[in-house]
Design a protein around this ligand. Sequence first.
Ligand SMILES: [Fe+2]
Length: 359
Amino acid sequence: MHTILIVSDKADEVEALKSELVNKHSIVVKDRGQTALDYLKRVEKLPSIMILDLDLTSMKGIELLGWIKDFGKTKELPVMVISEKNNPSFELQAYVLGAVDFQTRPFVTATLIRKIEIHLKMIEKNDSLIQANTMLAGNSSYLQNAVTMSMQNVMNMQQFIVGIMTSLITRKDGFTGIHSMKVGRLMQILMQEMLNQKILYLEPEDQNIIILGSQLFDMGKIGVPDEVLSKVGKYSNEEFTIMKNHTLYAAEAIQNFSYLLPNNNFVMYTYHMCRSHHERWDGKGYPDQLSGENIPILARMVGLCDVYDALVSERPYKKPLSHGHACDIIQEGRGTQFDPTLVDVFMRVHTSFQSAFSN
Ligand SMILES: [Fe+2]
């Protein structure tokens, strides 16, 4: 049901219209321009449509139309006008002022009723469209916010896990903890150069999780007994076997819980870096004796960063090597310990490695 405002002082016309419309709609009649204005100013919910007699005796209907279209509250109110002035320029003036229809007198009531119903149908369709658009905009914004929050939550969760793991590694073995964080920074440098050289192709979100996951590459050392991990001096064969297991401890831990995040890149990348960072290009590494490109690329990368940082770092059992000496050793391992392509990339950015290590 719509509310229809009829502003006219032609009582017969008004009665004829009312009798046709009153069964379907709520009819408000005002016979003076001023009372119509007062009603429109006062009413909370505007009528759906206004039928305005332009030939009012109390006020020029055309002025009332102009006021309605100038006033913010009623600007969008559809106004059908009626006038006995069968004058094209007057009709045009009414349309210019904002009338949606112009009915000349005399008219057949049924025709005017039909026109009113057509306008009401258009108004209903327009309202539905506005409602649908509002809902769509609301849903779209809600979904966008939900996705952004969800992505942020995932990133926070990943950083949280890496944070507590590196913290625990540092408590277990301070050298390994600091070393893990530095390897993360070196990985960033190496990865960026590989992306620049188009040797590696990664989505931006994957780049972040690789840097994050690379800090966990040695987390399996948590499972290595202190007497082995902190031993100063050469390992016995048995001790070395225990030490080598750190790759498997981490891999096993990740694998045991990977069912919770199937097909998750963070899980997959971290698994490869943890398990395979001690593999060698020539197949003489551990734990799986993988060789060449069978070694996951991220593990090859983190393996090189691991070696560089270990060489230039001081340990209780060794003095730090100079940056130049470390570069020489890495170059000597080109094609045996290390992927030749990675060594070439490293040599292009070795000064950045030096700066990152110093800082
Ligand atoms: Fe390791």
